[in-house]
Ligand binder design. Structure first.
Ligand code: PEP
Length: 254
């Protein structure tokens, strides 16, 4: 879509030690050099301990580095946590917030995520905000209601201006790491609904400028068809982002 940047973002989750991080960054850089990707942003999200290395080793390339999470406070007695300011200080410019694994295993609620979004934006970090329904929601026909409330609760306190630094990632929980993908039509339908929800609140200029990524078992074999849908502006990739060959095939699916 000409109004929006295409984005392919790899969420490495809790994978890749230092050595593996260096190796995968190198391979991705190499494959990016070979492709003509003027209109596509490419982002990787390694673990906290390897972020600084990934940032250094991505310099002078089009590869961007994101964190997978952050704490909402500025600093203080929060053992084990990392702040927006710290991420910023090592050259990280983007943070993934609200991933379904954070919600499910670490109890992150919409209310907490609203605070994290605020802290990220206050520190000039771009946010990739994740949300999506569970299988039971879809079976009950409640997927739109669930997605709408996740977006409203975490983001609709923001001014329109803030959406310049927000990317949305629709990730149906039933499709994450399961090998099961939403059909391109299911993805398109939901993305169109998300854009309409944004337009109703902020107007169509804002809604048409926000990139909406699909996530959930995207792989080289299905990326092209999913990315061809008009309201799908790219993907958030889990498993397939851990192999340079698969990740670059997905990037080149645009
Ligand atoms: C994810 O965790 O964001 C994701 C989409 O994972 P996978 O591609 O492995 O389903």
């Amino acid at each position: 879509n000409i109004m929006r940047k295409n984005i392919v973002a790899g969420n490495w989750k809790m994978n890749n030690d230092l050595k593996a991080t260096k190796k995968l960054v190198k391979k991705i850089r190499k494959s990016l050099k070979k492709s003509d990707l003027k209109d596509t942003r490419v982002i990787i999200a390694p673990t906290f301990v390897n972020l600084a290395t990934a940032v250094k080793r991505s310099k002078k390339s089009k590869l961007e580095v994101a964190a997978q999470n952050m704490h909402q406070a500025k600093n203080g007695a929060f053992t084990g946590e990392v702040s927006a300011e710290m991420l910023r200080s090592i050259g990280v410019k983007t943070v993934i917030l609200g991933h379904s694994e954070r919600r499910a295993y670490f109890g992150e609620t919409d209310e907490l995520l609203a605070e994290k979004v605020n802290a990220a934006l206050a520190n000039k970090l771009e946010v990739i905000f994740c949300f999506g329904e569970e299988l039971a929601d879809r079976k009950a026909g409640k997927e739109e209601a669930v997605v709408e409330s996740q977006i409203k609760n975490a983001l609709f306190h923001l001014e329109a201006e803030a959406f310049k630094k927000i990317v949305l990632a629709y990730e149906p929980v039933w499709a994450i790491g399961t090998g099961e993908t939403a059909s391109p039509e299911q993805a398109q339908d939901m993305h169109a609904f998300i854009r309409k929800t944004l337009a109703d609140k902020y107007g169509s200029d804002v809604a048409n400028s926000v990139s909406i990524l699909y996530g959930g078992s995207v792989k080289p074999a299905n990326a092209k068809e999913i990315f061809s849908k008009p309201d799908v502006d790219g993907g958030l990739i889990g498993g397939a982002a851990l192999k340079a060959e698969d990740f670059s095939a997905i990037i080149n699916a645009f």
